[in-house]
Design a binder for this molecule. Structure first.
Ligand code: SF4
Length: 369
């Protein structure tokens, strides 16, 4: 490791490591996946918990383990069932990759899980952090797991001024984490740093007076109670605005649903066919019927309700529902024509689920049946 990356003395971080592990023994939250960490349950947990609050993720983790208690049953499940169970968690590529990886493990590897972080990284949807977390926690491999919590704790501990989202800052954190990692129980060490970041060294108002590393930390602890200047970030990706129209084709009893392509936003989920009407702030209304519906086979009934915003990581989407009434010649080339209740059992984006019952009710009220 380069001298520059070590801003605290080795004898100090050795003591800090012991204090951290002792603190973890006493203060760690009682989380069910810590009781008996198997590769299957830990892998599920790590994938579900990405970008997810613990209370929300815990519900999904329990449900997945109940429905699919082992990798063979997960691999054998239809993708649609997995997407449905995933509904509400967002970032659906995680669910599709989970399913792909389950099939690789169950079939190609004959049920044998990867045995180290390098093998885990060859699985779909498993990046360096997830591979290191599973491997250190379940297999005792000495490999540092670096997530957002760890980046924050280590950058403050060492007083790293370089942005953590740039290679210079990141490398310093990786180099120190590798050296600092406990030889005897690297999994516990990784969990302890993450736990400290989640509960004490929080993004705003870290509780330095409760921190086992306070005596060696190079951050400005005089600012306790306010947002510290470390970690620094170079910049955020610009949020893109777009306007999306969902085309609701219904005779009151049935609704036309289409499955989105696997790649891209809401990949593999079902929806009312949608089109990006325009990038920017304004709609160019009213919309034209989508080509695949056939302009002659539907008539416009106008917009339903108000437009609403749906926020994704780098997109602010203004959505609207546009109603269409089908004529006798309505036979779209793709998708499904289903009773409303059946259609609601499909895996759908949260943006639709929020309004589904109101929309269904308003349409069945208008139905002549
Ligand atoms: S002393 Fe404060 S800033 Fe330093 S690691 Fe602990 S909680 Fe974070």
């Amino acid at each position: 490791m380069q001298e520059k990356s070590v801003m605290i003395q080795k004898k100090d971080w050795i003591v800090g490591r012991r204090l951290l592990l002792e603190w973890f023994e006493v203060h760690q939250r009682a989380l069910p996946w810590r009781e008996n960490p198997t590769p299957y349950a830990t892998w599920l947990c790590e994938i579900i918990m990405q970008q997810t609050r613990i209370d929300q993720g815990l519900r999904y983790w329990n449900e997945f383990l109940t429905i699919w208690p082992d990798v063979q049953r997960l691999a054998a499940a239809p993708l649609d069932d997995i997407l449905k169970a995933w509904q509400g968690l967002g970032y659906y590529s995680r669910a599709r990759n989970l399913h792909r990886a389950a099939r690789i493990i169950a079939s190609d590897r004959k049920g044998k899980f990867p045995t180290n972080a390098a093998e885990w990284r060859t699985m779909p949807g498993v990046g360096p952090y997830t591979a290191a977390a599973i491997s250190s926690i379940c297999l005792g491999e000495r490999v540092a797991a670096i997530d957002g919590n760890v980046l924050r704790v280590i950058s403050r501990l060492l007083g790293i001024e370089e942005p953590i989202d740039r290679p210079a800052g990141r490398k310093q954190i990786e180099a120190f984490s590798d050296e600092w990692l406990d030889d005897i129980d690297p999994g516990k060490h990784n969990e302890a740093v993450m736990e400290l970041g989640a509960t004490v060294c929080t993004p705003r108002a870290p509780q330095c007076s409760e921190c086992p590393l306070a005596n060696i930390c190079k951050s400005d602890q005089a600012n306790v109670g306010s947002t510290p200047s470390i970690p620094r970030k170079a910049g955020k990706t610009k949020v893109q605005n777009m306007n999306l129209t969902f085309h609701v084709v219904t005779d009151g009893q049935h609704i036309w649903m289409r499955q989105r392509p696997e790649n891209g936003v809401w990949g593999g989920l079902w929806e009312f066919p949608s089109h990006v009407e325009s990038d920017g702030d304004e709609y160019t209304s009213p919309p034209l019927p989508p080509r695949e519906m056939g302009a002659a086979t539907v008539s416009s009934q106008g917009m339903w309700g108000q437009s609403f915003e749906h926020i994704l990581s780098h997109r602010r989407i203004t959505c609207r529902f546009w109603l269409w009434k089908p004529s006798a010649g309505f036979h779209p080339d793709e998708g499904r024509w289903l009773p409303w209740r059946e259609a609601h059992k499909l895996a759908i984006p949260r943006a639709l689920d929020r309004f589904w019952l109101d929309l269904e009710k308003s349409q069945s009220t208008n139905s002549p049946h």
